[in-house]
Design a protein around this ligand. Sequence first.
Ligand code: ATP
Ligand code: MG
Length: 631
Amino acid sequence: MTEPDAVAAAELARLRAEAEAAEAAAKAAQAKAALAAAEAAAAAAQAAGSAEGQDAGAGPDPEAVPVPDAVPDTGGAGAAEGDAGGAGSGPLDADEVAAVIKGYTFEAETLDLGALVNTEAVPEAQIRIPLAMMNRHGLVAGATGTGKTRTLQGLAEQLAAKGVPVFAADIKGDLSGVATPGESSDKLLARTRAIGQDWKPEASATEYFALGGIGKGVPVRATVSGFGPLLLSKVLGLNETQESSLGLVFHYADENGLALVDLSDLRAVLSYLTSDEGKAELKNLGGLSSATAGVILRELITFADDGADVFFGEPEFDVNDFLRTAADGRGIISLLEVPGVADKPALFSTFLMYLLAELFEILPEVGDLDKPKLVFFFDEAHLLFKDASKDFLSAIVQTVRLIRSKGVGVFFVTQTPKDVPSDVLGQLGSRVQHALRAFTPDDAKALRATVGTYPVSGYDLERVLQELGTGEAIVTVMSEKGAPTPVAWTRMRAPQGLMSPTPDPEIERAVKASPLLARYGTAIDRESARELLAAKMNAAEEAARAEQAALEKAKADAEYAKQKAAIDKAQAAAEKKAQAEYERLLKKTSGSSRTASRKTPTSPLEEVLNSKTTQTILGGVIRGIFGTGRR
Ligand SMILES: Nc1ncnc2c1ncn2[C@@H]1O[C@H](COP(=O)(O)OP(=O)(O)OP(=O)(O)O)[C@@H](O)[C@H]1O
Ligand SMILES: [Mg+2]
């Protein structure tokens, strides 16, 4: 006997004795329940012994279904083809159907997914997920139009009905139908009846949100300082050096009372530190080079241009508002209406990180609860991981891993499991896989890889995954004991809300009536880093202008003095020359006969001096020298 067997057997004996000894009816019932649990544990121990080498990862399954004809899955891609299908009417034989029924029978509260399909729907075989296991995360995948969003809608509606608040990103706008009762039709009722669903139209309590100013809803914004340098580095894809530099910039802003509200504030601080005015302060910061600051600045500009800037600002959103229940106890479905975000993946992933990080921060550690505190659904989840940096991915993996102990469940909804990084996939306990297509060799490879991730089953999954009808899926969830349930071809329940969008006027009305609008409706633009630095730069500019003016004045004065000196010198020279000339003329005039008799030819100079104009000028000069016209 293996050790777990021995322990389990001993426990079994103890409990049996206790059960027999108990006289009070209540006590007997209690002991019986414990006995059942112990029996299951014994079965688990046995299964663990015999299931070695099987595709595990999630531990032993206490409700492990003996799959008679199945080839054990070696865990490799494409290795899980069971030798089933030979049972005549459907892929599963009677034992396998019984095993599915047993595998999906839970004691605690559940959400209903749908009914088993074994060629026909088998309404006795209800496929469910324990409510308490919704914090073990999940994946809803499938080709376009196969029913992913309706599956999401059905889960969200049921969670809300059971008092669990839900958050969902409504990328295509086709989830808003949760707020409106669904439309009945014969076709729909025939479908729901066949799977044992008592369908009735019902609307859920819904609140609409918008990222910043984009879309219809109460605006959700975060401040840059609230977002923090670490998270921002992740979404910007900064390396370690750049990340610590960004930390310094935040520190500098904090120390200097420069509020970082929106992206333009952060840009202003970076621009300042790399400017002539801020150079000295950049130096004081130590460890931040102007080259790195320049790189961060460039990344920030791209980030803002990608549409992320609308998300940053005030008033800052309090994520507690996603955890609300209505007066009647129903959970509120918070829908983030983000049409057009498909071309702004940076914005979307930034928001996701913010939300997860905030929730992580505010929520206490609670371990496993009867029901989660909040379940997140990310439709079109491939957008989250598009172009994501390695650091960003590891941040997601870590947060997803840790947030479940805070009672938060995360479901990713996307076309192929390939869209979700394997580290994230490994964290997802429940899977609803709608039809996959295998048009290309790549598709076929992805299909085989998907098949390889399923536990052993009686299905030829590679074939079945291509045969699933709209609104059908291959399901395996996490049982109450934390092990995967048997793989089940499931016809999913229809959502009770509208399967098309709620009309715009209704949405607008709901947004206007929201109690949250008063708090978040109007953006505030208080004095923050951008304004303060602009003022500082202006003052510096003013000072620089004054200094420049003084400099120019000094230069002009010097030039004036120089010119004046030159003029004075020239004047002095001219005076001296004139004096000499005067004297020469005087001398010449006194000996004129002799000179004239010499018959010297008149020189050009003499001609000039003798000319009338020259004499007038000379007269002027001479008058200047002697002060007056005469003496
Ligand atoms: N569980 C269901 N019950 C009834 N009808 C369904 C169900 N699931 C899907 N359908 C039908 O299939 C249509 C497409 O489903 P859905 O919008 O969920 O597909 P999708 O996989 O989200 O597609 P896309 O990838 O384009 O977003 C629905 O509008 C509805 O008519
Ligand atoms: Mg969809």
